[in-house]
Design a protein around this ligand. Structure first.
Ligand SMILES: [Mn+2]
Length: 431
């Protein structure tokens, strides 16, 4: 049930225009297949969905870039880094591609590729934001890994484990053809980056995070506080007046949802938690760019389409959310719930066309979590029939999930979306 975004963007002059860069690059790691992800995402209808369902004006050159011409023939290891010149040349080019869209105030979507490409995407948006707004940008890095190894602390030498180090200037290199192209305008501050989803951090990386006071929320923190609170804390750390670049590594998700990725780690985010991060960050009005990386359709081919679908789901969250007034303490009070539900019932009675100006709540309403078995609750709530949302006099998004029959009585179920809590589902049996 996708909806055009109603979020007001703070930092984009053309928030409804998407600059899309498809980056078929795998040189930051050693497994083939990740270069095929952009095509797979596009073939699964991602761009069509963004333009037709979410009303974005998609700007895309209709090319998946493989950067063959930029990749040097000779590329020996340097300081232990594998394919340093290839990654450097590709990210340099990508940085300027991203910058070209971002300097016009478009929203940037990048389809990766392995995570080394973030050296290009983040540096491109950071430069554009500095020029356009004279501001520092923040980065939310959703990942199982911290990707902040220095060349010297990396065991593998794969640069997809180092992009954060180069982007924060913790790793530097003089050689022009090995990231020596990066300038002050391309970097981000260690105080403006936040991690979510970490669960496989190298010892050297832990030291780097600690010594630089970098904010990181691990899966442990998510278990302890819940995803809603973690995202709130992450956003609070960044501050409300800061443009955000969201770099999402699909390996942040548990392999159950996204098995087809180069370095899967068990114990990750649910797809719903991943979606929530994208929604909640978009909802701030501060999101200016998003990358999705490390989808590798050739690994775990059984799970490939699932992984691609998960990837599409993450992207389309930039349209899904609507602005709502967060209820006190992020908990839906009974009164408020009944108020919302009353509207939904009334709207349902009005053939789902609009909210009535006034309504009477005269049916009993029960949260789905407290079913009365004798009433025969509908088993499946996953088939949306109609979306009861009309913000004209009430701005809580309510989604009618299913209308069925319970004996002779119609059954209505709906979900209420508030930031910071899982969607709350209700069923009414006596509409
Ligand atoms: Mn990563």
């Amino acid at each position: 049930m996708t909806q055009p975004s109603t979020i007001t963007s703070r930092f984009l002059s053309h928030p409804n225009q998407l600059g899309v860069v498809a980056v078929g690059f795998n040189g930051g790691q050693c497994k083939k297949g990740v270069e095929a992800a952009p095509m797979a995402l596009i073939e699964s209808g991602l761009l069509t969905q963004l333009s037709e369902d979410l009303d974005y004006e998609v700007h895309h050159d209709n090319i998946v870039h493989y950067y063959e011409k930029d990749i040097p023939a000779e590329d020996p290891d340097h300081r232990g880094m594998k394919k340093p010149r290839a990654v450097s040349a590709v990210t340099k080019k990508l940085s300027s591609q991203v910058y070209d869209y971002a300097k016009d105030g478009k929203f940037i979507l990048t389809l990766g590729g392995d995570h080394s490409i973030a050296i290009g995407t983040v540096s491109g948006t950071a430069k554009a934001i500095r020029e356009r707004l004279g501001r520092e940008m923040a980065v939310i890095w959703v990942d199982a890994h911290a990707d902040i190894n220095l060349p010297e602390t990396s065991d593998s030498g794969n640069i997809h484990g180092m992009p954060m180090a180069f982007l924060t200037k913790l790793a530097t290199e003089e050689k022009k053809d090995i990231f020596g192209w990066m300038r002050d305008e391309h970097f981000v501050s260690t105080q403006k980056i936040v991690y979510i989803g970490l669960r496989d951090v190298d010892r050297g990386e832990k030291k780097i995070l600690r010594e630089n006071g970098i904010k990181a929320f691990s899966m442990h923190d998510i278990d302890r506080h819940g995803i809603g609170r973690v995202v709130e804390m992450a956003l609070a750390h960044i501050g409300n007046d800061t443009p955000i670049h969201l770099s999402f590594d699909v390996d942040a998700l548990d392999p159950q949802w996204a098995p087809s990725t180069g370095t899967p780690v068990r114990g990750g985010l649910t797809l719903r938690e991943g979606d929530f991060i994208c929604e909640a960050v978009h909802e701030t009005g501060n999101l200016i760019a998003m990358d999705l990386v490390e989808v590798n359709p050739s690994l775990e081919t059984k799970g490939a389409s699932e992984t691609i679908r998960a990837g599409c789901s993450l992207y389309i969250q930039i349209g899904e959310v609507e602005v709502v007034t967060p209820p006190e303490e992020h908990r839906l009070s009974d009164t408020l719930a009944f108020f919302v539900i009353g509207h939904a019932i009334a709207a349902a009675r009005n053939r789902y066309t609009k909210w009535p100006a006034d309504f009477n709540l005269d049916g009993d309403v029960y949260p789905v979590g407290l079913p009365r078995p004798e009433e025969g609750f509908p088993k499946s709530l996953d088939k949306p029939l109609v979306d009861v949302r009309d913000p004209h006099d009430w701005d809580a998004p309510v989604s009618l999930l299913e209308v069925g029959k319970n004996g002779r009585d119609p059954v209505v179920a709906f979900q209420v979306f508030f930031p910071g809590v899982e969607p709350i589902c209700f069923v009414d049996l006596r509409v």
